[in-house]
Design a binder for this molecule. Structure first.
Ligand SMILES: Cc1cc2nc3c(=O)[nH]c(=O)nc-3n(C[C@H](O)[C@H](O)[C@H](O)COP(=O)(O)OP(=O)(O)OC[C@H]3O[C@@H](n4cnc5c(N)ncnc54)[C@H](O)[C@@H]3O)c2cc1C
Length: 412
């Protein structure tokens, strides 16, 4: 009889882990307390941003942050009441932005992205999802030559990691995206960036492919994970328990407490993000656009046109402030004259974020049979297949080199 692995959380990361563990011959049980992919994986911007290798914790972000925070509905918000809670995270974020650490994290992120791109290509092929990808790149936009010049060190760092891009102006800019406001004088086109047709649909299709291969889904909330004999015992909120050979903790922004009970104090918090999805046809959008100076993107999806991003600290329990989504939509209407802004659906999601901008993928302190796969921040869709590959390697006793810098113990 095949060994059983329980995956806590059926977001995109848990689903990609399911895909890879099924391929290794595991009997896979997803345990999800809500609907499949209804957490952060539901409404994100749909980017497979394999070229986005620069950690957010960077000198550039620290320079921009004070200006952003002056605008109450701007790209970065921190309610004063949440400051005491987030202060240790911010201190770690600042430390992670120091030059040596930033360089190290860039190298780790680049290695993970190379693996993520290769593993995603293989996963979409075997799960029959190839037709769900758009391979038309991303266009980042600048309002002045000075803004492009300020971004130059970041592009130079990406160039060192072998990432292809093209700075564009004039006719080439207009060809990549007609109808832009003239305030945008330049752009950078990254051709190998992709997007999915719709992140929720993509995840549901991955789930359907896993179920077709024999995965099982249990609806329930996991309250405890503990080593038991040669395996692992999971305790659920309804008082039942389940013994399995191994467990993957992929509960996104909600993973912190379960990891703490396994002996790992991981500084996981959430960067809340907002968006509005307009009906299809709201604008003739040729590819995903990034308005880096304003902290949001516009994505063409099969289900409509999604406008959103921003970062709001505030934890898992405060109510959403959809005025943030309204503010981004107003800016998008100014940047894309003619954008039809009526009929949109608003959403807020909880990015599972670690201060060094890298996920935790590795064994728990309590047991090598409990593997962590959470904390992917802004990049969980992008890195989902790569994470699944690493998790399958670790449970098979293989030690992928890229995983060495991703363990929970890096936080001490
Ligand atoms: C506005 C926004 C835009 C984004 N854009 C992009 C993008 O373009 N590209 C990209 O790569 N990433 C993007 N992200 C980030 C991405 O959405 C996340 O990194 C990713 O979805 C995380 O996936 P996950 O499976 O770890 O978490 P989730 O999708 O949140 O899944 C975790 C699951 O665990 C379940 N769960 C939690 N606790 C328990 C428990 N105790 N028992 C059982 N189940 C439990 C939850 O119900 C949930 O379904 C964006 C995020 C936001 C908010």
């Amino acid at each position: 009889m095949a060994r059983e692995v329980a995956i806590v959380g059926a977001g995109i990361v848990g689903l990609a882990c399911a895909h890879h563990l099924l391929a290794e011959g595991w009997r896979v049980r997803l345990i999800e307390r809500g609907g499949v992919a209804e957490g952060a994986s539901f409404g994100n911007a749909g980017a497979l941003a394999f070229t986005d290798v620069l950690p957010l914790a960077s000198p550039g972000i620290l320079r921009r942050a004070p200006r952003w925070m002056l605008d109450p509905l701007g790209p970065l918000a921190l309610p004063p009441a949440y400051l005491p809670r987030i202060a240790p995270w911010l201190l770690r974020f600042w430390r992670a932005s120091l030059p040596d650490r930033h360089r190290h994290a860039t190298q780790v992120q680049s290695g993970l992205m190379r693996l993520a791109a290769e593993a995603m290509a293989a996963m979409v092929e075997t799960a029959g999802l190839t037709g769900r990808l758009r391979r038309d790149g991303n266009l980042e936009l600048y309002e002045s030559e000075a803004e492009l010049a300020a971004a130059a060190p970041g592009w130079a760092a990406r160039e060192r990691e072998g990432i292809a891009f093209e700075h564009v102006r004039g006719a080439r800019l207009a060809e990549l995206q007609p109808g832009l406001s003239p305030r945008f004088v330049a752009g950078t086109f990254t051709p190998h960036w992709m997007t999915v047709d719709d992140p929720h649909r993509f995840a549901l299709a991955l789930h359907a492919a896993a179920m077709a291969k024999g995965a099982m889904l249990t609806t329930g909330e996991v309250r405890g994970i503990a080593p038991e004999g040669n395996g692992v015992r999971l305790t659920l909120a309804d008082g039942t328990s389940r013994d399995v050979e191994a467990c993957v903790l992929a509960a996104g922004a909600w993973s912190r407490e379960l990891a703490r009970r396994l002996g790992d104090r991981v500084p996981l918090d959430t960067e809340r993000g907002y968006n509005t999805t307009l009906p299809p046809g709201a604008f003739d959008l040729r590819r995903q656009l990034t308005f880096g100076g304003h902290g949001f993107v516009v994505t063409p999806l099969a289900t409509g046109l999604r406008v959103g991003g921003a970062v709001e600290f505030g934890g898992l329990h405060r109510p959403p402030n959809f005025a943030r989504a309204d503010a981004m939509l107003r800016k998008a209407a100014a940047f894309l004259p003619g954008l039809r802004t009526e009929g949109g659906r608003q959403w807020m999601g909880f990015r599972p974020s670690l201060p060094d901008s890298l996920p935790v993928i590795g064994p728990s302190r309590a047991s090598p049979r409990v593997i962590y796969a959470f904390g992917h921040g802004h990049l969980g869709l992008t890195q989902s297949a790569g994470t699944g590959r690493i998790v399958a390697d670790l449970l098979a006793g293989r030690k992928p080199e890229v995983a060495q810098a991703l363990g929970a113990r890096r936080f001490g």
